[in-house]
Design a protein around this ligand. Structure first.
Ligand code: FES
Length: 164
């Protein structure tokens, strides 16, 4: 766990009473601040509210609002609702997994990209659809997966060159 993450746990835990009924709010607040729940911090939460770490994981996994891996700088969401799936959504998902060498639900080691699949996001006429940091990429193809990732990498290169 990073030092900043450790600080967030200290700050959040000191702002909530040491009671089990605050567990969900504690987890929500940590996730709001960090974007995910680092597994190493769950022991601190367990000690604070006086329940086992296993119970905390049980609660946190019950609510699918919680995630245990960080979001990447670019969070890629592949729609796998019926329309997108029918129009080749699996090929798009496979394409991102292959290009990024990361499995769905994971994040690349450099935390640049995280990959997730979701059900219908409500724009089926544009299937298959991908959303990256809130921007919709319509009518995706495996070829476009390569193009989109190349564009994101180019953008990062431009930014780092401008910073020099
Ligand atoms: S199924 Fe993908 S947007 Fe509806």
């Amino acid at each position: 766990m990073l030092d900043e993450e450790d600080e967030v746990f200290k700050e959040v835990l000191s702002s909530f009473p040491a009671r089990r009924r605050y567990l969900i709010r504690i987890l929500q607040t940590v996730q709001h601040k960090l974007g995910y729940l680092p597994e190493e911090g769950m022991e601190k939460v367990a000690q604070h509210v006086g329940i086992s770490e296993a119970e905390i994981f049980g609660v946190a996994t019950f609510y699918n609002q919680f995630r245990f891996v960080p979001l990447g700088k670019y969070h890629i969401v592949v729609c796998m609702g019926t329309a997108c799936h029918t129009m080749g959504g699996q090929l798009i998902l496979d394409g991102f997994e292959r290009e990024l060498e990361v499995k769905v639900g994971g994040v690349t080691p450099d935390r640049q990209y995280s990959l997730e699949r979701v059900g219908c996001i409500g724009c089926c006429t544009k299937a298959p659809v991908v959303v990256i940091n809130g921007v919709i990429y319509p009518k995706m193809t495996p070829y476009k997966v390569t193009e989109v990732l190349a564009a994101l990498r180019d953008k990062d290169t431009e930014v780092s060159e401008e910073a020099q």
